[in-house]
Design a protein around this ligand. Structure first.
Ligand SMILES: CC(C)(COP(=O)(O)OP(=O)(O)OC[C@H]1O[C@@H](n2cnc3c(N)ncnc32)[C@H](O)[C@@H]1OP(=O)(O)O)[C@@H](O)C(=O)NCCC(=O)NCCS
Length: 320
């Protein structure tokens, strides 16, 4: 970025992928909660903003400038939206804070237009997160601490309830799965029909448990070459305490064993003692560091469509 360049903030879209990838691949100032292959879908689906340096002169509007920083959302189920990525180009890394305000304003506005009222950020290490203090200085507050568990064997203390049927998720289960989730999780963690469809498309393992009254629980996982990630497990309160969570967990452990991974990992809220008891009974052990979630209400000015950020066709420009 040169001395006389102006800084322009606008929404990011799929044609911007190459520039975002360049920042992802080279930046030392990166927060990323998504896989690189998810990027096209994220830019197509959720709010994202980029700060571009634009050289003076007539070619500026044609070239569109060079991406210096981006901020994107990777999950939005009204009224909650989650920051999925923030990155600043290598040469501007030390000045990352100057990009935060205009990018947050732009993302706030787009998220609010999509029905969000809260913006969340999740970090993996409470004590050593390079963005945490900057976000707290901008009104983000600690919402919850997270606890990480690991298991490096496939032992199970019980196979759980054998009366319920466990079978792959089908699209027709969506309403029932959403109903389980409505009872099981705080709003910020919930999916809507579209995001459950996305889970079904992208995750290799997604099952439901059903009894004579219908779907009573669900569980889904993902994995890489060494690690299985136990992402979600939930049982409807009408049927908790009957060994259904145990059954779903036992089925997950068997699945990971078939996939020959070396480690099963999961995160849970620090206060979820019932889930902790289940995991610890299964031999999961707490591992460092401690993750956390920050959140803040989207400022009223952005909710009403005001603020400094402009719509895509109206560029907002700051001189550097
Ligand atoms: C956590 C959850 C999935 C458990 O489901 P569940 O069907 O009630 O689980 P189970 O009936 O198999 O019981 C799990 C039990 O294992 C228990 N357990 C732990 N040690 C045990 C032991 N030594 N012997 C027998 N049971 C033991 C747990 O304490 C719990 O027993 P409880 O009924 O006495 O509290 C369910 O409560 C839920 O959906 N909670 C909300 C969503 C959530 O928090 N999910 C996890 C975070 S992703």
């Amino acid at each position: 970025m040169l001395k006389h360049d102006a800084l322009t903030v606008r929404g990011l879209h799929p044609p911007d992928i190459t520039q975002v990838r360049r920042v992802l691949e080279t930046s030392e100032y990166l927060h990323s909660r998504f896989e690189p292959e998810e990027l096209p879908h994220l830019l197509e689906t959720y709010p994202a903003a980029g700060a571009f340096s634009v050289p003076p002169g007539p070619l500026a509007r044609v070239s569109g400038g060079t991406l210096q920083a981006f901020l994107l959302v990777n999950w939005l189920v009204p009224p909650s939206a989650w920051i999925g990525g923030f990155g600043v180009t290598w040469s501007q890394g030390a000045h990352f804070e100057r990009f935060l305000d205009p990018l947050l304003a732009r993302v706030d506005q787009a998220a609010a237009a999509a029905g969000a009222r809260m913006l969340y950020y999740s970090g993996g290490d409470l004590e050593n997160d390079w963005l945490r203090a900057s976000l707290e200085a901008r009104g983000f507050c600690l919402v919850t601490l997270l606890r990480s568990y690991d298991k490096t064997d496939f032992r199970m203390p019980s196979a759980g309830n054998q009366v319920v049927r466990v079978r792959p998720y089908q699209p027709s289960d969506t309403a029932a799965v959403m109903e389980v989730e409505r009872h099981a999780f705080a709003q910020r963690w919930r999916h809507d029909a579209a995001s459950f469809a996305e889970v079904a498309r992208a995750y290799p393992y997604f099952v439901v448990a059903e009894d004579e009254r219908g779907v009573v629980g669900y569980q889904f996982n993902t994995l890489d070459t060494t690690t299985g990630y136990l992402v979600r497990i939930a049982v409807h309160p009408r049927a908790t305490g009957q060994g259904i969570g145990t059954r779903l967990l036992a089925e997950a452990v068997r699945y990971f064993q078939r996939q020959h991974i070396l480690r099963i990992a999961l995160n849970t809220e620090e206060g979820n003692t019932r889930a902790h008891a289940l995991y610890e009974w299964f031999g999961f052990e707490i591992v460092s560091p401690r993750g956390f979630v920050l959140g803040r209400a989207i400022p009223a000015a952005e909710r009403e469509g005001g603020g400094r950020a402009q719509a895509d066709d109206g560029w907002a420009t700051w001189n550097t």
